[in-house]
Design a protein around this ligand. Structure first.
Ligand code: NAD
Ligand code: UFG
Length: 338
């Protein structure tokens, strides 16, 4: 089977490309490299001895998509391409709606024209808003995301729902990721954010490696066990495996399917920090700061639907996530540049 992976040079896309190649799929990557470099795909090749075909281009370029579908017998599309920085999305809403919503619309139009109806979409737990209860199940209503990034994910989910209702040939997986972290255990494929990281774990690991001075903990007055925010951190390699299971499942059915991809366990910022210090053997200086606007106190998944329907379960522990993050960060203090 031949799979088109949009955004395949990015953090989650590159780990999933590796998993696809290892499982014997042929992979065509479409990425404009606006938040990545093709070094990630070179690392994939070095790890597994197989390579994806990399096409540098934009998912909003309809003529390019038509050409790709003409030249390759694509069976399904994994759609990772998009912009993901929550704060930036507040400042640049048009760019976010254009890339995330516009890109998804153009992709679906090109897919329909080419007769390709299998799609796995990278959604996010952010679509749940601020649920009153934990853990979060797929049957919970979607909320009102507080920023354009979250809105763009919800809009695309709704578009895909309408598409499946209107045209029975579509077979779509909406994968709602919780908090992907970690790196491949080779230590040569990992997360390489542009500029100062927005997310907790890349920030901590850059403090540990000496690139940043100290971590700001955004609030210690939440109603959680130690007062800091709680999230469901999931190893990126487990997440990549979830995509393969979802792909397998939508190849055998049509319609819209929603799966949470999380571990079912919540850890606080403080617990993550301590686990990282243990894995790296380095102290991580921190300062408690006011809460970050838009953050929820806690968020963790009920992953039982994915277990039941996909036979998928995350298996890697928080300690392993920290160890793999540190292996990657200490091997590549400047990411793919060094
Ligand atoms: P990433 O930025 O590392 O990867 C996205 C890739 O898409 C990058 O390689 C980028 O160059 C490419 N890209 C962006 N716009 C493009 C366009 N218009 N045309 C072609 N390529 C384009 O991000 P990631 O963490 O790997 O996330 C992948 C997907 O998962 C995104 O859709 C993101 O919103 C979603 N997601 C991520 C998280 C997370 O915490 N990382 C959580 C939930 C959902
Ligand atoms: N945090 C800090 N200091 C930092 C960064 C984060 O204390 O420097 C805290 C946050 O307040 C939060 C926790 O660490 O309590 C996790 O924050 P992240 O920024 O790592 O992750 P979020 O849960 O805010 O958001 C992530 C992705 C979003 C996605 C969301 C949904 O960044 O794209 O998960 O699951 F929408």
């Amino acid at each position: 089977m031949k799979i088109l992976v949009t955004g395949g040079a990015g953090y989650i896309g590159s780990h999933t490309t590796l998993a696809l190649l290892e499982a014997g799929f042929e992979v065509v990557v479409l990425d404009n490299l606006c938040n990545s470099s093709d070094a990630a795909l070179h690392a994939v090749e070095a790890i597994c001895g197989k390579s994806a075909l990399m096409i540098r281009g934009d998912v909003r370029d309809r003529a390019l998509l038509d050409r790709i579908f003409q030249e390759h017998a694509i069976d399904a599309v994994l759609h990772f391409a998009g912009l993901k920085a929550v704060g930036e999305s507040v400042r640049k809403p048009l760019e976010y709606y254009d890339a995330n919503v516009g890109g998804s619309l153009t992709l679906c139009q090109a897919m329909a024209a080419a007769g390709v109806f299998r799609l796995v979409f990278s959604s996010s737990a952010t679509v749940y808003g601020e649920p009153e209860q934990m853990p979060i199940s797929e049957h919970f209503p979607t909320g009102t995301p507080t920023n354009p990034y979250g809105q763009s994910k919800l809009i695309v989910e709704n578009v895909l729902r309408d598409l499946c209702a209107a045209e029975p040939r579509w077979s779509v997986a909406l994968l709602r990721y919780f908090n992907p972290i970690g790196a491949h255990d080779s230590g040569h494929l990992g997360e390489d954010p542009n500029g100062i990281p927005n997310n907790l774990v890349p920030y901590i690991s850059q403090v540990a490696v000496g690139s940043l001075q100290e971590l700001s903990i955004f609030g210690d007055d939440y109603s959680t066990a130690d007062g800091t925010g709680v999230r469901d951190y999931i190893h990126v390699v487990d997440l990549a495996d979830g995509h393969l299971k979802a792909l397998q499942s939508i190849s055998q059915r049509t319609g819209l399917n929603i799966w949470n991809l999380g571990t079912g366990d919540g850890y606080s910022v403080m617990q993550v920090l301590r686990a990282f210090e243990q894995a790296s053997g380095r102290p991580v200086p921190y300062r408690v700061m006011p809460r970050r606007a838009g953050d929820v106190a806690e968020s963790w998944a009920d992953p039982s639907k994915a277990a039941r329907e996909l036979g998928w379960k995350a298996t890697r522990s928080l300690q392993q996530m920290m160890t793999d993050t540190w292996r990657w960060q200490s091997n590549h203090p400047k990411g793919y540049q060094g």
